[in-house]
Structure formats: structure tokens, C-alpha cells
Ligand binder design. Structure first.
Ligand code: NAD
Length: 249
């Protein structure tokens, strides 16, 4: 029962925020879940407990999405534990702030390494199985900052613009072989990721947001369910934007 009954979904960065919300929303629609995160199982416990309480089949995999070897191992471990993967959500992401003139190479590499390299590595790891079966969905969590850029987040903006470009390119490679690839570019959503933002930034952002408030995780997850389910069968290489009107394309 549910829009994703019988499906196996991998969600990276699923211990917190948007990833946790997507994992729970997918489970509610009947999917079995691979909850992937860099954090320890103890930090993932709240979402794992919630999944267990729903009666969902869910396994936790501690993996750094930027680590090529670990990600290859992840693909084998998920498949032997849950079966072939139908849906991959590349959600794991990090956010730091610095002006380009002060940005260190390490800071640049850190953000690109998780957000962009991690998306490539996880995609590559699960794509082969999807292509073999001629069926699969890949959903990349970008950001509206990848569309419009943000001051003090050039590395983050570049990584997310990269995710959007990667989404379009991959969609052209694999759609006719049954694998549909799309991105979601949320606006400001209330999650721990926004904790680092200053009050000054918050009030300036609120003043320019057409909807006049930040979004909730539950306002992003329905887009992921759509893209993962039968109703998403004609979306190819798109970037959908639950963003409160901050960006209108
Ligand atoms: P969050 O910080 O609540 O969650 C991110 C999760 O990713 C954490 O559980 C963290 O442990 C995990 N993670 C970090 N590095 C990892 C790695 N190397 N390997 C595996 N897991 C790793 O943040 P969130 O707001 O839920 O963000 C989720 C995604 O949504 C990110 O890609 C983020 O860039 C994107 N996003 C968020 C917003 C927002 O306003 N919150 C807006 C646009 C896009």
C-alpha cells in the first residue's frame, strides 16, 4: 500500500532535517529505507525510532558520501540487506559561510566534496543496478542558491549549481533507459542547517520572501514523493523549487 509500496529507497544525510523528512515520507508511502549518514547510529536514533514505530523496514548505514571507497561498499551493503535500489535521494549536504577573498582551499574542498562529489559518487554507485533493471529514480537535493548564488556562500552555490548541471547531464544520458533524474532546489527551510545564520540574515531574508516565512521540511517532502513515485514519470532533468517564491523561473 502507498505510492512507494515495494520500493527500496536510499536517502543520504537522512539523520536530520530534509533527509529525515524524506525518509519518513517515503516510509509512509510503503518504501523500505536505507538511512545513510556520516553521523553515528546514536545521532540517527530519533529517525530510526520513528521509522520503527511506523513499522517500516529501515537500515542505518554510516557512510561519508564523499569517500569513494566507502560509497562503493555502501552500494553492496544496501543491496544485500534490502535488495535492488529503486530510488536514490542525494540529500547529504554541508553549508559554511565565508567571503571568497577569505575562503580557504580546505573550506572550498569540504563543501564541494560532500555536496557535489558526494552526489556523483552515490549516483555512480547505484546507477549501474538501476540501468541493469531499466528502472530507477534519482533525486538530487540542490538549493535555490545554486540558481541565484548567495553572498558568502560561493562554494555552496557553486556546488549546488553543479548538482543542477549534473542532474541535467545525467538525465540526458539515462532517461531513455528507464532512470529518471531530477533535482529539488529548496528555499530557506527550518532545519539545523540554518542554525548558523545570523538574526540579521534572517530578517533580511524574511523581508524579501514573497510568502513571508521560512519553509518546513514537510513542505519539501511531497516534491520528493512525487519525483519518486508513478506520478513523476514525465519529469526529466527538472529542478523543482519549493521556495516560498524566493526564486521564480
Ligand atoms: P541538516 O544539516 O539538517 O542535515 C544534513 C545531514 O547530512 C546531516 O544529518 C549530516 O550528518 C549529513 N551529512 C553531512 N555530511 C555528510 C557526509 N559527508 N556523508 C553523509 N552524510 C552527511 O541539513 P538540511 O537542511 O536537512 O539539508 C539537507 C539538504 O538540503 C542539503 O543538501 C542542503 O544543502 C539542502 N538544502 C537545505 C536548505 C535549508 O534551508 N535547510 C535549503 C536548500 C537546500
Amino acid at each position: 500500500q502507498g505510492l512507494l509500496a515495494g520500493k527500496v529507497a536510499v536517502v543520504t544525510g537522512a539523520a536530520s532535517g530534509i533527509g529525515a523528512g524524506i525518509a519518513l515520507a517515503f516510509a509512509r508511502e510503503g518504501a523500505d529505507l536505507a538511512v545513510v549518514d556520516l553521523c553515528g547510529e546514536a545521532d540517527a536514533k530519533p529517525v530510526l525510532d520513528e521509522l520503527a514505530a511506523m513499522g517500516a523496514t529501515a537500515r542505518f548505514f554510516r557512510t561519508d558520501v564523499g569517500d569513494a571507497e566507502a560509497v562503493s561498499e555502501l552500494a553492496g551493503a544496501v543491496t544485500s540487506s534490502l535488495g535492488p535500489v529503486d530510488v536514490l535521494v542525494n540529500n547529504a549536504g554541508v553549508f559554511t559561510q565565508a567571503l571568497v577573498e577569505n575562503m580557504t582551499v580546505d573550506e572550498w574542498d569540504f563543501v564541494m566534496g560532500v555536496n557535489l562529489r558526494g552526489t556523483f559518487l552515490c549516483t555512480r554507485a547505484f546507477l549501474g543496478g538501476m540501468l541493469e533493471r531499466g528502472d530507477g529514480r534519482i533525486i538530487n537535493i540542490a538549493s535555490q542558491l545554486g540558481q541565484i548564488g548567495g553572498a558568502e556562500v560561493a562554494h555552496y552555490s557553486a556546488s549546488k549549481a553543479g548538482v543542477i548541471g549534473f542532474t541535467k547531464a545525467l538525465a540526458r544520458e539515462v532517461s531513455s533507459r528507464g532512470v529518471l533524474v531530477n533535482a529539488i532546489a529548496p528555499g530557506p527551510i527550518n532545519t539545523p542547517l540554518l542554525d548558523s545564520e545570523t538574526e540579521e540574515w534572517r530578517s533580511a531574508k524574511l523581508a524579501e520572501l514573497p510568502i513571508g516565512r521560512f519553509g518546513e521540511v514537510s513542505e519539501v517532502t511531497p516534491t520528493a514523493v512525487l519525483l519518486a513515485s508513478a506520478g513523476g514519470s514525465y519529469y526529466v532533468g527538472q529542478t523543482l523549487g519549493p521556495n516560498g517564491g524566493d526564486v521564480m523561473l
